[in-house]
Design a protein around this ligand. Structure first.
Ligand SMILES: Nc1ncnc2c1ncn2[C@@H]1O[C@H](COP(=O)(O)OP(=O)(O)O)[C@@H](O)[C@H]1O
Ligand SMILES: [Mg+2]
Length: 233
């Protein structure tokens, strides 16, 4: 489903060169919520960018949904990302001038959906994250947790196979963070979406089927918390 083989990535050159990923390999199963944790600066965001096709590795390859991402040209990669991946960021990345509904409709327009079905899918996604009654509001009128749920609805509306979340709860208070975590977990379970989430949030570990720890550009540990395994097997 999502597989990385011997990834290497460095930034800069000469003395300023930083080796961020050093021979990193992983395989992520379909429909699971996988958590990646690790110290700040260890390369988590870089890894997500490479796995989602936003950035090319220096060496190694990524196979996502059967496609070798390194073999796609820029236009094909853009298409792949648009059709199959959703991204949720720490800072929400919403447009101040658009209502929640408009934020979610926008990428569906890019996908070429006609207005009626774009609207219907967007409303469904917003209702699914519990924002049905708030979909006419702009970001300034929404709480942090609500903004993040708009961002999740935007990623969810196109029904992606892969959903990436980069520290989605770190700007939120504990209650809003919990709502975001519950939403991500439900998406993995009910839609069979593969969710890959980078976070320090200890509450996420309880919900994750699998917890990977990163250090020094590699995967240091790979655990499946027993409680989740028992309920899923
Ligand atoms: N575009 C870039 N140019 C130069 N250095 C970068 C770039 N992106 C990330 N880095 C460096 O790579 C390292 C890992 O960054 P990052 O993947 O953002 O880590 P994390 O998300 O785990 O905090 C850091 O030292 C960072 O400064
Ligand atoms: Mg980061």
């Amino acid at each position: 489903m999502l597989k990385a083989e011997s990834l290497r990535k460095s930034f800069g050159s000469g003395r300023a060169r930083v080796e961020v990923l050093r021979d990193l390999s992983l395989e992520i199963g379909t429909g699971e919520l996988t958590l990646i944790s690790g110290p700040s600066g260890c390369g988590k965001s870089t890894l997500l960018s490479i796995l989602s096709g936003l950035l090319y590795p220096d060496e190694g390859r990524v196979i996502a949904l059967g496609e070798d991402l390194g073999k796609l040209d820029e236009r094909q990669i853009e298409r792949f990302r648009l059709q199959h991946t959703g991204f949720v960021f720490q800072g929400f990345n919403l447009f101040p001038a658009l209502t929640a509904l408009e934020q979610v409709v926008l990428p569906l327009n890019y996908l070429g959906l006609e207005a009626g079905s774009a609207n219907r899918l967007a409303r469904m996604a917003l209702e699914e994250v519990g924002l049905g009654p708030r979909m006419g509001l702009r970001p300034a009128s929404l709480s942090g947790g609500e903004k993040q749920r708009v961002a999740i609805a935007r990623a969810l509306a196109k029904q992606p196979d892969l959903l990436f979340a980069d520290e989605p709860t770190s700007a939120l208070d504990s209650q809003s963070g919990q709502a975001v975590i519950d939403t991500l977990h439900r998406i993995a379970r009910e839609h069979g979406t593969t969710v890959l989430c980078v976070s320090h949030d200890p509450r996420l570990k309880v919900h994750a089927e699998r917890v990977l720890t990163m250090e020094d550009g590699k995967i240091l540990s790979d655990r499946r918390p027993a409680s989740v395994e028992e309920t899923s097997t």
